[in-house]
Design a protein around this ligand. Structure first.
Ligand SMILES: Cc1cc2nc3c(=O)[nH]c(=O)nc-3n(C[C@H](O)[C@H](O)[C@H](O)COP(=O)(O)OP(=O)(O)OC[C@H]3O[C@@H](n4cnc5c(N)ncnc54)[C@H](O)[C@@H]3O)c2cc1C
Length: 430
């Protein structure tokens, strides 16, 4: 029995954890089990009574140095792929904000990175994967073969079976560094103008001051850039700082968030700054502090990430930022990004528009605030990201995901409903 398993440290749920057994395939599934990667999802998508631990299923199977095609077992971490293949001039096509996730977790969340507007989701770099069903059958899934299982599994939060082996395409690079531009904006209008202007840039993201008021609502630092071409591929991971214990939760309050936001925005003195940065700093800044999730205290935290269609984004975001500012419940982390077109997977999160991700500690009044934000998200035809979520209602979820019935049909067709469940799948009834 164990407790505390996902990144937000909330909710705590008694569970058993058993390593994935390759020799007795169907014995992996008990009633109410779910595949478990590296527990970097924030909420309850990887929380269930029985966890099937995939992390030991972690060998590279083949790599073609000419084409960059990698075949790997799904428990391999993105970090291991980078460490092994960066020196050979290959990198992942899609990188989330942490490299400590498994390939299986990347597919199950159909993750996106700072280049969604150019490269799409992680599944877009996947040629095929094998999927173990509770019946013990293994299906090869691709866009051409078992298409419906492919579309349901990418973004399907582990609810369609165990992703085993994966063939994926890596991206050619010729540097470990990024040439980064940082632009400071003074309000949401200017932030949107800059995003529209830099759509050709391969990677872009913004930090937004979510406690800014009045005319300053939406003031941001927008970071964008691309890999350099200096031939320097020598890489040694740096030592990390660590947060050894849970902080007392009072340390994080409106005042400390305000102070952080003030200093962070002020730190960039010029309107436009250009600099060379390592890929770790650019893609994975939070990874430099191990266990940073402990700063939110023992009660844990949640990340609220939503996306709104582009035509509704400006008004919707403004309303949401005003609601947050009025509540006084700010977030250090407030990441804004313009996404490209959606793909055909049934539950993939991205659609063409703006997404905002915010971290909130679990405290009195927080769920009431998030429900208010939900009504604004629904009003502007947006959706919530399941990988971060721990509390969205069935009604709000369904309004955001019009392909949910197709997903439910697959769960029924392959008899998945009893065996593969998470607290989240039960809550939103998928
Ligand atoms: C600091 C930080 C930054 C992040 N930034 C981003 C970001 O920029 N973009 C983004 O999209 N996400 C981001 N995330 C979320 C993270 O990428 C996803 O939650 C990812 O799915 C976590 O992978 P994991 O291996 O830890 O899986 P877990 O958290 O263990 O599981 C996540 C889901 O994947 C399923 N799963 C895991 N392995 C398998 C398998 N082999 N077969 C079938 N299902 C499986 C689980 O059942 C569960 O539903 C971030 C998370 C953190 C902590």
């Amino acid at each position: 029995m164990g407790r505390m398993i996902s990144w937000g440290n909330y909710p705590q749920h008694d569970h058993t954890k058993k390593s994935f057994e390759v020799n007795k395939l169907s014995s992996n599934f008990a009633i109410n089990s779910i595949p478990f990667g590296n527990g970097r999802s924030y909420g309850d998508s990887c929380v269930s009574d029985h966890l099937i631990d995939i992390k030991q299923y972690n060998h590279f199977l083949s790599f073609d140095e000419e084409t960059g095609v990698l075949v790997t077992q799904s428990g391999v971490l993105l970090d291991e792929i980078i460490n092994t293949f960066l020196p050979k001039g290959w990198f992942l096509k899609v990188n989330p904000g942490t490299k400590f996730i498994t390939v299986g977790g990347a597919i199950a969340s159909d993750i996106h990175g700072k280049n969604h507007h150019i490269e799409g989701c992680f599944s877009e770099s996947v040629n095929w994967f094998s999927l173990l069903l509770p019946s013990g059958e293994i299906k090869k899934c691709s866009r051409e073969e078992n298409t419906e299982l492919f579309r349901a599994t990418c973004g399907g939060m582990g609810l369609t079976g165990i992703i085993m082996d994966v063939e994926m395409q890596l991206k050619k690079i010729n540097s470990k560094s990024i040439y980064q531009t940082t632009r400071k904006t003074k309000n949401l209008k200017e932030t949107f103008e800059v995003f529209e202007h830099i759509q050709e840039e391969p990677y872009s993201v913004a930090w937004i001051d979510c406690l800014a008021k009045g005319k300053s609502v939406g003031k941001s630092l927008i970071m964008y850039g691309d890999f350099m071409d200096d031939g320097d591929l020598i890489y040694e991971p740096k030592e990390k700082m660590n947060v050894p214990i849970f902080f007392p939760s009072f340390i994080l309050n409106t005042l400390s968030v305000k102070l952080f936001n003030y200093l962070y925005y002020r730190k960039v003195s010029k309107k436009i700054t250009k600099q060379k940065v390592g890929f770790d700093k650019f893609f994975f800044p939070l990874d430099s502090i191990a266990n940073w999730n402990r700063i939110y205290g023992k009660k844990g935290f949640t990340q609220y990430q939503f996306i709104l269609p582009k035509e509704n984004s400006f008004h919707g975001l403004k309303e949401i930022l005003q609601e947050i500012e009025a509540s006084g419940k700010g977030s250090f982390l407030a990441v804004l990004k313009l996404y490209g077109k959606s793909n055909e997977n049934y539950l993939s999160f991205p659609l063409e528009g703006y997404s905002l991700a915010l971290d909130f500690k679990i405290e009195k009044g927080i769920f009431e605030l998030l429900e208010k934000l939900d009504t604004i998200v629904v009003k502007y035809k947006g959706r919530i990201y399941l990988s971060k979520d721990v509390r969205v209602s069935k009604a709000t979820f369904e309004k955001g995901y019009p392909n949910i019935e197709k997903f439910r049909e697959i769960r029924k067709k392959y008899n998945l409903k009893e065996l593969l469940t998470s607290l989240q799948s039960k809550r939103v009834e998928i």
